[in-house]
Design a protein around this ligand. Structure first.
Ligand code: GAR
Length: 220
C-alpha cells in the first residue's frame, strides 16, 4: 500500500464532514490517515465521532487564550506534533491568522456551504435564499489570508427549490459536501492538485468534466 497522507481535521460542530472523511478512510477510497482531530469547542459532536473511530482528539478552547494568534500557535504546534501534512477545516468556525497559514503554506483547505465567490461568511444558505439565487452548492478551497477567498479546488452545485428554507437547503448542500470533500483530499493525496495563483489545475487522469445545469429545467 502506498503511503497515507497524514491529515489533521479541525471542526467546531457536529462533524458530519469529519464523519464522511473517516468513512472514506475506512473503506479505502481515501488514502489518508487522520493524525488528529482538533476542536475549539468542548461540546463539538465531532469529538464523539473521532473517538468512536479511534482517532486521537484534542480540544483547544479559544476562550483560554486572550489573543487570536496565541490560540493559533497552540493549534499549529499540536498539528506539527502530530506530523500533519494537510490541514482540513471541516466546519471550523474560527478565522485563522497569517501565522497559521505560514506554518502550512498551500496545505490548508476548507469547505464552504456556498458557491464561492458568491456568499462568503456566515449564514450563507439564508443569504442565497434571500438573494433569490437559483443554485447554490459547496466549495472546497485553499485557505489564504481572506475570508473564504482562496483558490477553488472543487465545487458541487445544487438547485434552490421553491419551498426551501435555510435548513432544507443546508441539508441538500451538506449531502454534496460529504461527496466532494473526501474526493478533493484524495486528489491532493495523489499529488494531482497544482496551484498557480488563483488557478488550480487537476491532473486529468480519470477526471471527468461536468455539464451545464438549468433551474427551472428546460425539457428539450
Ligand atoms: C458545513 O456545512 C460546512 O460547510 C460549514 O459548516 C458546516 C459544518 O458541518 N462550514 C462553514 O460554514 C465554514 N465557514 P459539519 O460539522 O456537520 O461538518
Amino acid at each position: 500500500m502506498s503511503k497515507l497522507l497524514r491529515i489533521g481535521v479541525l471542526a467546531s460542530g457536529g462533524g458530519t464532514n469529519l464523519q464522511a472523511i473517516i468513512d472514506r478512510c475506512m473503506d479505502g477510497s481515501l488514502a489518508a490517515e487522520i493524525a488528529v482531530v482538533i476542536t475549539n469547542n468542548p461540546g463539538a459532536g465531532a469529538l464523539d465521532r473521532a473517538r468512536s473511530a479511534g482517532v486521537p482528539t484534542l480540544c483547544i478552547n479559544h476562550r483560554d487564550f486572550s489573543q487570536r494568534h496565541e490560540f493559533d500557535g497552540a493549534v499549529v504546534k499540536a498539528l506539527q506534533d502530530a506530523g500533519v501534512e494537510l490541514v482540513v477545516l471541516a466546519g471550523f468556525m474560527r478565522i485563522i491568522t497569517q501565522t497559521f497559514i505560514d506554518a502550512f503554506p498551500e496545505r490548508i483547505i476548507n469547505i464552504h456551504p456556498a458557491l464561492l465567490p458568491a456568499f462568503p461568511g456566515l449564514h450563507v444558505q439564508q443569504q442565497a435564499l434571500d438573494y433569490g439565487a437559483r443554485f447554490s452548492g459547496c466549495t472546497v478551497h485553499l485557505v489564504d489570508g481572506g475570508v473564504d477567498t482562496g483558490p477553488i479546488i472543487m465545487q458541487a452545485v445544487v438547485p434552490i427549490l421553491a419551498d426551501d428554507d435555510a435548513d432544507t437547503l443546508a441539508a441538500r448542500i451538506l449531502e454534496q459536501e460529504h461527496r466532494i470533500y473526501p474526493r478533493a483530499i484524495q486528489l491532493i493525496a495523489e499529488g494531482r492538485v497544482h496551484i498557480n495563483g488563483r488557478q488550480v489545475k487537476i491532473d486529468p487522469d480519470g477526471v471527468v468534466e461536468t455539464t451545464a445545469l438549468v433551474n427551472p429545467a428546460i425539457a428539450d
